[in-house]
Design a binder for this molecule. Sequence first.
Ligand code: SAM
Length: 411
Amino acid sequence: MPILNWTGKSLQNPQPATLQLDSIIHPHGLGWPEAIPGNQLILGDNLAIMAALLPEYESRINLIYADPPFFTNRHFPARVGRGEDSRKPREWQLATGYADQWGTADAYIDFLYQRLALMVRLLAEGGTLYLHLDWHADAYARLLLDELLGADNFLNEIIWAYHGPSPIRSAFNRKHDTILVYTKGPNYTFNADAVRIPYNDSTLKTFAASPKAGFGKVPDLNRGKVPEDWWYFPVVARLHSERTGYPTQKPEMLLERIILASSNPGDLVADFFCGSGTTPLVAARHGRRFLAVDATFRALHTARERLVRAGSPAFCVYTSAGQTISTRTDPDFSFEIHDGEIRLVTNQPIAYWEIDPNWNQTIFRSALQAVLPLRSGKINHSLNLGELSIGRHISARAVDESGQQFQVSLK
Ligand SMILES: C[S@@+](CC[C@H](N)C(=O)[O-])C[C@H]1O[C@@H](n2cnc3c(N)ncnc32)[C@H](O)[C@@H]1O
């Protein structure tokens, strides 16, 4: 079997991160204040986090979708505020997103190898791993996965095709990504009926003209077909309704097909490079549990806001040592309580705020939230306390549009 080699190749035994439970989010109070939920959003380097998850999750994750940096040697800025709306370019603001910069190909390949090896350990028997890359590194990754999971467990090479502007004039426009799909063993989940799509018009016309067109086989034209291994979905470009402003956000339809095909309701779906949170969002929508990790606070905030906006089941937010969510206690906001309503008072542009009605000084139990709507409209500055019983300390956290998080407590 061909094996990929590079300088210093050897599997590490990474130091596990120390995970700290930062908050429990009950979107719109749902499930409040029940036990600690299994859905997790974790901030930190996924290598140390996967190592920390091993004792509890080794061979327990049913589906892993991995969308790492692609080895482009670029920086990907985020757009904040309403910066995602190209109709208002004066309101755009660029902010740090994430880096995809590597000294050498060896450094990138080793980064990927160490992480894929841990993903393979976390994957359940019969689980499926989707690795999303493009022409920069897909050939290397194919060899890494052949080595780690076995070439016999290769399932598909999916081509995700899209279109869009390109400055390239000296080659064909590079408009597809490659998703390598491997399973852990032969008894894997593949729900063909959950992802069927309609036959295209020309097929329908051909069979209408001659039932013999299928060389003796007549497909069930009403049931639709299992998709080919090339998919077309539009990218999440500037005017796309899902656009959060987080760079290289993937379309929900892409994750929908992956999650429906390769997992069942109640299964555990993980994304260790979760970015804006597309995977946990779609997993929750379809009744799967989720584990989602990213190294940047902007990704964590974006994913949290998306999950809250969608009314996801409750989830925990964890941080790892050295990777705390920068929370300031000297904010430019305050809040007032009147007639069963809590009101945020600030001149700052706020993207998200939340309330813990009974702050225990350690874990923030978020029972009420307000989120900036994605496309238009303002964030709600008052929240109705409803039936919530207020404890000795009530606390509020807010994230401004630059991604800075603040917290204040009211005795
Ligand atoms: C291609 S983006 C993922 C986009 C995501 N699929 C979405 O739909 O928004 C890659 C992500 O990997 C994260 N990342 C890179 N290195 C990481 C590491 N060592 N640990 C955790 N996350 C990492 C980056 O911060 C970035 O958000």
